[in-house]
Design a protein around this ligand. Sequence first.
Ligand SMILES: Nc1nc2c(ncn2[C@@H]2O[C@H](COP(=O)(O)OP(=O)(O)OP(=O)(O)O)[C@@H](O)[C@H]2O)c(=O)[nH]1
Ligand SMILES: [Mg+2]
Length: 285
Amino acid sequence: MAQIQWFPGHMAKAIRQFEENISLVDIVFEVIDARIPYSSQNPEIKRISSAKPHLYILTKKDLADPNMTNKWLEFFNQTDNPAIAVDAKTKFGINNVLKTIMPILKPKLDHEKQKGMKKRPIRAISIGVPNVGKSTVLNRLVNRRAAQVGNRPGVTKGQQWLKSGEKFELLDTPGILWPKFQSQEVANKLALTGAIKNTAYHADDIALYALKMIRGLNTNQFAKRYRLTEDDFNLSDVDLLMKITKNVGMRDDFERGSQRIIQDFRSAKIGRFTLDIPGLERNND
Ligand SMILES: Nc1nc2c(ncn2[C@@H]2O[C@H](COP(=O)(O)OP(=O)(O)OP(=O)(O)O)[C@@H](O)[C@H]2O)c(=O)[nH]1
Ligand SMILES: [Mg+2]
């Protein structure tokens, strides 16, 4: 399997800008993917922002395994930094952002009030890997389509402040990966969930990785979609990929078969999966 790497110049620039602007905000919204809450945490972001209050926002809750999302929330909420899960597409959970951050920021805001300073909006920066939903979350918070969003990595090209009346001043940022992935397992998960542009990996590598990870889970939905028999589950991953390609009418075009599996994973058509397990992931590094 070829090594996956994607760290273009604009990401290095985005990290520098993040370092410059971190002092301007009250809180960091670290936006992570509910399907890979460990693998979508960028160690560079942690290094730069560890001194600031943090809210973890797990997006794409609607695509993740609901039991695992609860476990992840419990896991994060035992740490100093709270976490919430949202479906940013339908807005579900967005109200919890303000509810969760107010107690954290209140001492600071009260202190400013006592010193006679004028009431001001809360300033936050949203940061995370590409395509995770940073801009969508901020659009929800300001209640309008202020930032461009799109279903591919690299939509937001530069930093942009979004304002909503008196309540928020929010800094949207481009998605950032890291110069070297801590493991190819992490890179595979980022590729499968759509954080890495598709020219940086081979679709069949990622489809085979998906099959390895999910074939034993939620077998009903998976088997039904690909018209698989019980016996098919004894096939190797490669033979299973061939079988699925054939069953979806693509004959022996494994490239297209692979793309179909990746798309079906991303839209949860073969089930809702969470690929990271709380507490275990660091053992994979
Ligand atoms: N199903 C689902 N899709 C979501 C959710 N949040 C965002 N999306 C979709 O994910 C895609 C990426 O959203 P963006 O907000 O552009 O992501 P971003 O992190 O700003 O991406 P970059 O600017 O490219 O780094 C869009 O197609 C959104 O509609 C969610 O909670 N659930
Ligand atoms: Mg964006």
